[in-house]
Design a protein around this ligand. Sequence first.
Ligand SMILES: Nc1nc2c(ncn2[C@@H]2O[C@H](COP(=O)(O)OP(=O)(O)O)[C@@H](O)[C@H]2O)c(=O)[nH]1
Ligand SMILES: [Mg+2]
Length: 445
Amino acid sequence: MLEKLTETFSGITRRLSGNTRLSENNIREAVEEIKMALLEADVNLRVVRRLVNRTIDDALGEKVLKSINPGQQFIKIIHDRIVALLGDGTAELELKGPDVVSVILMAGLQGSGKTTTAAKLAFRLKSEGRRVMLVAADLTRPAAAEQLEILAAQVGVAIYREDGGKPEKVAKNALKRAGKEQFNVLIIDTAGRMQADEELMKEIRRVKDSVIPDEILLVADAMTGQNAVEIAGSFDETLNLTGIILSKFDSDARGGAALSLKSVIGKPVKFIGIGEKIENLEPFHPDRIASRILGMGDVVSLVEKVQETIESDEAEKLQVKMAKATFTLEDYLDQFSRMRKMGSVQSLLEMIPGMAGQIDESKLDEAQWKREEAIILSMTLEERRNHRIIGPPRRKRIARGSGTSVSAVNRLLKNFDKSRNMMKKMAKNKKLQQQLMGGMAGQKI
Ligand SMILES: Nc1nc2c(ncn2[C@@H]2O[C@H](COP(=O)(O)OP(=O)(O)O)[C@@H](O)[C@H]2O)c(=O)[nH]1
Ligand SMILES: [Mg+2]
């Protein structure tokens, strides 16, 4: 899903992120490219227009052109716009407490994935410790209830079905049963048609009225094009949806229509289906999807996090020191307290694209930090500023003072030399520097 879009956007990200100069023309060109990519991916035209106009407005403001790193600033704007397009944060299911029965109603066209998704949800809620009952209220074909029955057995949850009858009656009876038998969640699978028609809408409306669901979820096939948006609109009109689940997000469809849904009908996408198995259901994270499209890992949140903790003039000084390898143990010590404010280095570094696999976890634990901090604190200021003067007698003294060992002191000094060299190398590598230090140094992003 979204491969083509990702390709184009990642290209833009790569091209611009290192730019320290950006002209109005650069911005207009990039926005034009973005516009074409979105249209090609089948994102709704109105949605594209809105996104493009806002992006231009934001990007041409003083802030971008005059900032230290306009390229990154601009990418951040695109990122925020895409996040806004996809939703405001991750939307959770809103269910009642455990002592009452909550009802989830599944709606959607035939083949959209309602039955499968009902089972996936059951699996998810069951693993959260809820007692779930599936309800077969698709009475158009006997095979429909059988499909649900098989899935229910697979998930290990109860199923309620009746032979014949009306869907709204079945739903109501199921709710009664669920109350009596202390189930917490009822998930009602309903019938679909090839096209949304009057009869289907009336039927599902009656089911809704008979049980008053907490969640009314439209299952929309992410592979379908713009008419999915229209269909979603008509379901919303009839049912007042509480959310959308995009099924088949694992397909290689262009995906733009699916991405337009939130913007056009104003209801959040709560989950995405990413395969046929019952565990293939994921919460929908707009920011992660946006980062993925832009090919930037979680770099935006990284930049924001770092920015909160390092002021930018200080950061600039640090960057220069890193580049010239005049970074001392004194600076290093200074970083400890800042780093601590940011959370573990591990989680921080993992947000950088391409870094995830490359970090030796053992080097990053808190205990290790504390030891290193203690060692540096046992040094004199002179030693901190020039670690090369620390010969064997000093090492012994420092080890004793910090309650560590000479070998721990040796290791720290050796590692410090190594990292200083790495920083120097990094500083020569323009791209990596932009990605790492530009972000780490918390420029005004
Ligand atoms: N690849 C993939 N297939 C899915 C997904 N969700 C549903 N399907 C498949 O889509 C088909 C229709 O699903 P079904 O639940 O019967 O749709 P319903 O008619 O709306 O109840 C089945 O073959 C499912 O296995 C998904 O997220 N990914
Ligand atoms: Mg079905």
